[in-house]
Design a protein around this ligand. Sequence first.
Ligand code: ADP
Ligand code: MG
Length: 402
Amino acid sequence: MKKTVPLKRGQLCLPLFKFLVVMKLAIVLILVSAVQLYAGVYGQKITVQAQQTEIKKILTKIEKTTDVRFLYNYDLAPLNKKIDFTVNNIDLPAALNQLFASTSLQYRILNDNLVVVMAGDNAAAYQPAEIQERKDKLYNQQPLLKINRLSTWFPVNSGFFSRSKVFVKAVNEVSFDVYPGETLGLAGESGCGKTTLGRSILRLIEPTSGSIEFGGTNLRGLGKKDLRDIRKDIQIIFQDPYSSLNPRLTVGDSLMEPLQVHQFYANHTRRKKKVLELLERVNLLPEHFNRYPHEFSGGQRQRIVIARALALQPKFIICDESVSALDVSVQAQVLNLIRELQQELNLTYIFISHDLAVIKHISDRMMIMNKGEIVEMGDPDEIYYHPKEEYTKKLIASIPGN
Ligand SMILES: Nc1ncnc2c1ncn2[C@@H]1O[C@H](COP(=O)(O)OP(=O)(O)O)[C@@H](O)[C@H]1O
Ligand SMILES: [Mg+2]
């Protein structure tokens, strides 16, 4: 018969103790890896703290540490509140809700991580007082540009033996006005005639028929010299800043050139001073004067092109897909710059883009173009939320996130 040995004190306690220690370690390990997994999956968290500061400063801090970018269509008032804001890239809407809950502002996420900050509900969401005031001012003026039944047709080769002439009606019987200080957006899918319309206004492409009246002058009646003179007042900024800058000229020389050609300012020293001011205005540095275009990023090059367009103090700028080639984050910076310049210099813009979301954001009024014709025109929000035309509905539906 087996003798049962009674357990001594502590004999049972030791395995139990070991077991508990192992369990504790396991729990700690599980917790640590869960936190790591969370951080890995959801991205790094960034906390921004600010007190008695402007909300814009907070947003700028967020821009520096994440790939979120903000566009402002409202002057951001100082915020006398303590903000403790955590950005989590995955849950951006929740993070923004948390931030904007303590302000009277609203935001809208445009594309992925491009955020528009605007006047809040208190100022009426779609018709803030500021916007109404701006509209009253803009549309009580005489138009700066009047386009009447403008057409630009391109002949196409219809075969050697064919007698009938065939045309691509790139722009067909288009009429609209642009008011001083306004941004008129022009949207439509690729190939609908936007660029042809923009270039036809400047007669860089000769229109087939119709009239273009700028500041009371009929541009279609002008000779070469007068046309060259009036082109000082109307500038055009294209999509690809690299091809519109001469790679062999330094940035300084590129900006000096139009000033020399048009004999702006008395001498080289004054012209250089002016160019340095222009560089500063578009947030570039004096040392950039002696650098070549290839030494810059896409966004910087587009800012150089904007500075060059501003050199001759134009009244009117046609921006043709000016931000389309840029990263979303850089787009926001350039769009903000374009808007600031308008307020400062009372510029008038036609802003062309295939990206309806961008057009809607930047425009006072917008036009939708299809197959050479304007199919819809009016208030951007009205068109965006209540499109009348099938074509516009499709265009809106094709915006990512809609
Ligand atoms: N120089 C040209 N010769 C013939 N057809 C042209 C010329 N330029 C543009 N087109 C045609 O005119 C239409 C409108 O082009 P475009 O104005 O570049 O459109 P968008 O800028 O909206 O993309 C297209 O069908 C295009 O092929
Ligand atoms: Mg185009």
